[in-house]
Design a protein around this ligand. Structure first.
Ligand code: NAP
Length: 256
């Protein structure tokens, strides 16, 4: 008996990285999973790799730009019709467009806000009507340690702190309807996103990971599985008295 038997989970930006790690963990615990991502082919390929545990379980990959209101609501309706409902929403899709403030363009400000903040708003608004109707829902938003401030990430940091404010407010508004809303703020997690940061800094990926591991209190970098384990707890019924919270899963990095 898995914690997610009979549940349908939607994870955005899950064709790779942390999202795929979370999707895999939900599937391992019995869920049917919808992987949403910009590229529909990548999303479908990722969905095909998920384990199928239990009767009637089905996974789908759907092309969706979460920053587009119609695309987000269309994707949620597609999940409900193809998988028979929606119980869990993870707002994971994300991008970085790093630069120091004086070089940061308006386009890069808008793009980052649009994916992280408007994307979470769009997806949550589309899902909440189903959650409220059935008096059950779990929402998990991806913040970041960068929410606390990080040189060269004014746009990303502001968006990720915005995600924490959204999480607290949804906790208050949706709690009476049996809906829990929480956030995870990861530290350095080894994914394509951090590999791209290494490339931008003209550093070797392994060297970049090694430097980040050395600077971390637990002396290693994080992996998608670390975030997935916390996500699987926060979106489970065991966590039904936890809402509006942001859990830092960062090996203690923010202590430094
Ligand atoms: P990733 O490997 O870059 O994966 C992000 C995925 O989101 C990609 O497949 C990307 O597609 C997709 N995506 C981008 N824009 C989208 C949109 N508008 N609609 C739908 N999908 C979209 O990133 P990650 O490292 O797994 O990060 C996942 C989340 O954790 C993000 O919110 C990130 O900010 C957060 N986070 C990551 C770290 C870390 O160290 N990795 C730390 C703290 C927080 P494309 O590849 O086609 O762009």
């Amino acid at each position: 008996m898995g914690r997610y038997d009979g549940r349908v989970a939607v994870v955005t930006g899950a064709a790779q990285g942390i999202g795929f790690g979370i999707a895999t963990r939900f599937a391992e615990e019995g869920a049917s999973v919808a992987i949403l991502d910009l590229d529909g082919t990548k999303a479908a390929e990722a969905a095909a790799k998920l384990p199928t545990v239990g009767d009637g379980v089905k996974h789908v990959g759907i092309a969706c730009d979460v920053g587009n209101t119609e695309a987000a609501s269309g994707a949620v309706e597609k999940v409900v019709s193809e998988l028979g409902g929606i119980h869990v929403l993870v707002n994971n899709a994300g991008i970085t467009r790093d630069n120091l403030l004086f070089k940061l363009t308006e386009d890069d400000w808008d793009l980052v806000m649009n994916v992280h903040l408007k994307g979470a708003f769009n997806m949550t608004k589309a899902a909440q009507k189903h959650f409220v109707e059935q008096k059950y829902g779990k929402i998990l938003n991806l913040s970041s340690v960068s929410a606390l401030g990080n040189r060269g990430q004014a746009n990303y940091s502001a968006a990720k702190m915005g995600v924490q404010g959204l999480t607290r407010t949804l906790g208050i508004e949706l709690g009476p309807f049996g809906i829990n809303t929480n956030a995870i703020a990861p530290g350095f997690i080894a994914t394509e996103m951090t590999d791209a940061t290494a490339a931008r800094l003209k550093m070797d990926v392994d060297e970049f990971r090694k430097l980040n591991a050395e600077a971390n209190p637990v002396k290693r970098v994080g992996f998608p599985e670390d975030i997935a384990a916390a996500a699987a707890f926060l979106c489970s019924d065991e966590a039904s008295y936890i809402t509006g919270q942001t859990l830092y899963v960062d090996g203690g990095a923010k202590l430094g």
